[in-house]
Design a protein around this ligand. Structure first.
Ligand SMILES: *[C@@H]1O[C@H](CO)[C@@H](O)[C@H](O)[C@H]1NC(C)=O
Ligand SMILES: *[C@@H]1O[C@H](CO)[C@@H](O)[C@H](O)[C@H]1NC(C)=O
Ligand SMILES: *[C@@H]1O[C@H](CO)[C@@H](O)[C@H](O)[C@H]1NC(C)=O
Ligand SMILES: *[C@@H]1O[C@H](CO)[C@@H](O)[C@H](O)[C@H]1NC(C)=O
Ligand SMILES: *[C@@H]1O[C@H](CO)[C@@H](O)[C@H](O)[C@H]1NC(C)=O
Ligand SMILES: *[C@@H]1O[C@H](CO)[C@@H](O)[C@H](O)[C@H]1NC(C)=O
Ligand SMILES: *[C@@H]1O[C@H](CO)[C@@H](O)[C@H](O)[C@H]1NC(C)=O
Length: 370
């Protein structure tokens, strides 16, 4: 009496021969009946059922993975715990593979030995894997002008397609790429921001974003001179564009000014610094310089705090005067900004008389109305 294992080994060897198509098939004396089933496409991690039909006179039956037997009848040959028997009866022989992986991809054969002829049913398992970005650039901090290379390595089955795009719309739209490595030569500040890599295949999409920080030295915005009436409050504003954000220093001529010094308050709010005089005195009028500094450099701008003559009389007149004075100060600024303009408005006598003249004209017009 031979053990079932013995038969199974013999049977397995026979099956292996059938699979290779020799010498059994080449001899042509055994009419084997081979069925090829449609491919089974599954996702990694899913369970696959493999089923083949049986028959009345089946003597041996087996499911094979390539040339190794998974099940010979109800005997499990595979040591893989994911493989198990579902049904074995006169009609069908079904096994299942849990938690399928890429290495399980391939041809599976059900070999049935009847009294007359062997019969095989083969099926191809195709395993799909959703894309996964496994190596991606970390947040990048570079100085303006550097060559930046962003990296997005992804796997998946089918092989995912990579695409890049810039999420912040600061730059032009020529920032699309389909390479795993995305090059930004000589990066400029307007190319700073979030970049997104997308890895896509037939079954899913994976996305990751990386922030690219571009450092650059401060540039200060041109500031207007400020006119304040004696005893009133006045504010000098200085704004700078810089990464990392600038620190501010204020100077009166060559002397550094600190917060709380002589009733002056300095407030820094991000990209802006504010110098506040709560009660402007004669001595406060003058030339102030704001210096914006970061590790890459500095920039400065000068603002003149000049005196504005205090208006008097009725509210109506005061309102008119204010508007006239505003106009005058605008003109003064335009003059100063113009080519070859006088540097300090307070030095010209004609300039000093102008607001008074305009004030008189306005008052005259008002009187003529009555
Ligand atoms: C099944 O998959 C195999 C291997 O990928 C392929 O060669 C064959 O053409 C596929 N058959 C069908 C019917 O899709
Ligand atoms: C099928 O065979 C391949 C190659 O030997 C192996 O890596 C895989 O784990 C096997 N799968 C099953 C379900 O037996
Ligand atoms: C990611 O890529 C970098 C650069 O090519 C390499 O040094 C690193 O080992 C990779 N990390 C992983 C997890 O593959
Ligand atoms: C950036 O790349 C260009 C051309 O590839 C090269 O000439 C230049 O030296 C690089 N700049 C830096 C800062 O590496
Ligand atoms: C502003 O300062 C002047 C001179 O020091 C003082 O007379 C005046 O009361 C102050 N005004 C306010 C509102 O503090
Ligand atoms: C203010 O001071 C700065 C720096 O000292 C100087 O460059 C600028 O000409 C001065 N402006 C005026 C109006 O005097
Ligand atoms: C202001 O900037 C000019 C050049 O733009 C520089 O020569 C000067 O030294 C700067 N002043 C300060 C106080 O930093």
């Amino acid at each position: 009496m031979k053990s079932p294992a013995y038969w199974a080994v013999l049977f397995g060897m026979a099956i292996a021969l059938i699979q290779r198509g020799l010498p059994v098939r080449s001899q042509g004396d055994t009419q084997s009946d081979n069925t090829v089933m449609e491919n089974i496409t599954v996702r990694q991690g899913e369970t696959v059922f493999l089923s083949c039909s049986q028959g009345d006179v089946v003597t041996h039956t087996a499911w094979l993975n390539r040339s190794s037997i998974l099940y010979a009848g109800e005997d499990k040959w595979s040591v893989d715990p994911r493989v198990s028997l579902v049904t074995l009866n006169r009609d069908e022989f079904t096994i299942k593979i849990d938690n399928i992986d890429v290495s399980d991809e391939g041809l599976y054969v059900c070999a049935v030995q009847t009294s007359s002829k062997p019969r095989t049913t083969s099926v191809h398992i195709i395993v799909q894997v959703p894309p996964k970005i496994f190596n991606f650039s970390k947040t990048m901090v570079v100085n303006e002008g550097f060559n930046v290379t962003l990296m997005c390595l992804a796997n998946g089955k089918p092989e995912p397609a990579i695409s890049w795009k810039m999420l912040s719309h600061k730059a032009n739209d020529d920032f699309e790429s389909v390479d795993e490595y995305f090059e930004i030569p000589s990066i400029s500040r307007n190319k700073a921001g979030l970049y997104e890599c997308t890895a896509a295949n037939d079954i899913a999409i994976d996305r990751k974003t990386v922030n690219v920080v571009v450092n650059f030295p401060p540039t200060v915005f041109e500031s207007r001179d400020v006119g304040v009436t004696l005893g009133h409050s006045g504010v000098l504003r200085c704004e700078a564009d810089a990464v990392p954000e600038a620190d501010f220093e204020w100077f009166r001529d060559d002397r550094r000014i600190f917060n709380g010094f002589d009733g002056i308050e300095i407030e820094n709010m991000g990209s802006m610094s504010k110098l506040t005089f709560h009660n402007v005195s004669e001595a406060d009028y003058g030339n102030y310089t704001c210096v914006a500094i970061n590790k890459l450099g500095s920039a400065n701008t000068s603002i003149v705090l000049y005196e504005v003559i205090e208006p008097t009389s009725s509210t109506l007149l005061q309102e008119m005067t204010t508007s006239v004075l505003e106009q005058t100060s605008t003109e003064r600024n335009q003059l100063r900004e113009g080519p070859g303009a006088v540097q300090d408005g307070n030095s010209g006598t004609a300039e000093a008389y102008k607001p008074i003249c305009l004030f008189l004209i306005a008052a005259l017009q008002l009187l003529l109305k009555f």
